[in-house]
Design a protein around this ligand. Structure first.
Ligand code: GRF
Length: 218
């Protein structure tokens, strides 16, 4: 019996560098998966071009054409489901998703957020970490629930904040780490070793820390 490769669907809104990291991880065989489609809510997202160049199907579901979030989420869910994903990856997808979408893909919907969650959900994470005088920043891959950036963390990567850092310099140092972290977290999900029940995450049957696995760059 041949089992098919796990299929990913990636949702983007912009430049798509995390999406590109998935393409490279699959090419480099550090992630055993295929990408069924890349879907954007923004017709002009630069990441769509990158995906097309890599021979990946792209779709646009333009949120402005829907009268409310739920109608957009229902259309988006239909498009995602059409590609029969094992895992849905939010990669710089800049729309808040309602339960119409989130509940349909519960337990197989991941996001990456550029902070050490539970610190700094929402926007301007790097500036907020600097303004707070934090000594370190980071990124978190987490399961998505209807609570914004509030679902259970799978993995975090940390990096020190330097005294001369700006939001831009911090983001630029963090991004390459995000590109390693996110496919690694997806691979862990696909390995079947993670189990999510009642909002709690277990790895091989043992509860994970509330901030997920402390992941170190390779
Ligand atoms: C990343 O910083 C990610 O953490 C956040 O949005 C940004 C997306 O960048 N969720 P890209 O589109 O993947 O380049």
């Amino acid at each position: 019996m041949t089992t098919r490769e796990p299929r990913l669907v990636l949702l983007i809104s912009g430049r798509g560098s995390n999406m590109e990291a998935f393409i490279r991880a699959i090419e480099g065989e550090t992630l055993q998966a295929t990408i069924g489609a890349v879907i954007s809510n923004e017709p002009d997202a630069a990441g769509l071009y990158i995906a097309e160049q890599a021979g990946i199907q792209t779709r646009v579901v333009p949120h402005r054409e829907y009268s409310n979030r739920e109608a957009f989420d229902a259309a988006l869910a239909t498009e995602v489901a059409a590609h029969d994903p094992d895992l849905v990856i939010l990669a710089g997808f800049m729309r808040i998703l309602t339960p119409v979408f989130v509940d349909r893909f519960a337990g197989k919907l991941l996001n990456i957020h550029p902070s050490l969650l539970p610190k700094y959900p929402g926007l301007h994470t790097h500036q907020r970490a600097i303004d707070a005088g934090d000594s370190e920043a980071g990124a978190t891959v987490h399961y998505v629930t209807s609570q914004l950036d509030g679902g259970p963390p799978v993995m975090q990567v940390r990096l020190p904040i330097r005294s001369e850092d700006t939001a831009e310099s911090l983001a630029a140092r963090l991004l390459p780490l995000e590109h390693q972290l996110y496919p690694a977290a997806a691979a862990l999900h696909l390995s079947g070793r993670l189990h999510l029940s009642n909002g709690l995450l277990e790895l091989d049957g043992e509860p994970l820390p509330a901030t997920g696995i402390d992941w170190r760059p390779l």
